[in-house]
Design a protein around this ligand. Structure first.
Ligand SMILES: [Zn+2]
Length: 308
């Protein structure tokens, strides 16, 4: 995940530190002006060497069902947002949601978490690039929606608290063309270079995600930002149901975007040791109602929701 902190709210000193940090880390040492590639983050960013780092491999043989992980409540995700900013920050493509009144609660979270941004991770033509793995398998891409705890005021304040951030993660697999991503994919050509930004005229977050009734099954653990400074302040949720994009749509990310004079590829951190942490699994429908019954229930719920 990548955290954007609004510069206008920071002190001059803090701003300098952030800008300097943003310029000197990268995933691969081939990136221009890179000082610390992913293998060397911990030498400069102390938290990156911690015991509760992200991403991790999710081993479904080692998860613990937690019946207190109820469904999420999404606020504003169904609203049509206008003029949403999207930027190539040199590490990923990021869509800014701060000020758009999106939040989540429920889902085993303590209180409300306000959305700040979402961004993606990807690989290259021949290799996948999700951050979290599922039974040691890497998926083609991963979407992260970053939220801060409302009671901490803003993301800067939340970055010092163990439960400061809630990040919703979605694996992206190859499937049919997903027309709900057309605007994002088409706008990538406007932000080919680092620090370029563009505006998406209309965006509805719910359209980018699996149907609400497919979000009951998810994995939960406590971890970190997956980019420097790697603070261990993230309540991670990785949803079981994947988003599908076509191969052509996926290709557009790593064939369009650049950082310096090279293409923006392989922008993921390798999985980190789980150590003593446990990964929890929500008590979703597929556990209670296997196979077609669960699918039927979900389809029926969606149908009812659409009808009203
Ligand atoms: Zn991320």
């Amino acid at each position: 995940m990548y955290v954007h902190i609004p510069v206008r709210s920071a002190t001059l000193l803090f701003t300098f530190a952030l800008l300097s940090d943003a310029a000197d880390w990268c995933y691969e040492s081939s990136v221009p002006a890179c000082v610390y590639d992913v293998a060397h983050w911990a030498e400069h960013y102390q938290h990156c060497g911690g015991k509760s780092q992200s991403p991790i491999n999710i081993d479904t043989n080692s998860i613990n069902v937690n019946t207190s992980l109820h469904n999420f409540v999404f606020e504003g995700y169904d609203e049509i947002l206008s003029d949403v900013h999207m930027v190539n920050n040199g590490h990923t493509v990021q869509v800014l949601l701060n000020g758009k009144n999106l939040s989540v609660r429920g889902g085993g979270l303590d209180g409300e978490y306000v959305a700040d941004q979402f961004h993606l991770h990807w690989g290259n033509e021949t290799a996948p690039g999700s951050e979290h793995q599922l039974n040691n398998i890497q998926l083609p891409m991963e979407l992260h929606i970053v939220h801060h705890k409302a009671s901490y005021g803003n993301i800067e304040g939340a970055l010092t608290k163990p439960d400061g951030l809630a990040v919703l993660g979605f694996w992206i697999d190859v499937g049919k063309r997903n027309t709900n991503y057309d605007e994002i994919v088409n706008e990538l050509q406007e932000i080919t270079h680092k620090d370029e930004n563009t505006t998406i005229p209309i965006l509805k977050m719910a359209d980018l995600l699996p149907a609400n009734c497919e979000l009951q099954n998810y994995y939960r653990y406590h971890g970190s930002l997956t980019t420097p400074k790697c603070q261990e302040v993230v309540i991670w949720t990785i949803f079981e149901t994947k988003i599908n994009l076509s191969q052509e749509q996926i290709n557009r990310f790593f064939t369009t975007l650049m950082t310096g004079n090279i293409r923006l590829t392989n922008i993921f951190r390798p999985v980190q040791s789980v150590n003593s942490r446990s990964v929890q699994y929500s008590q979703g429908q597929t556990l209670l109602l296997k196979g077609t019954i669960a699918l039927f229930t979900c389809a029926l719920t969606c149908f009812i929701m659409m009808a009203f």
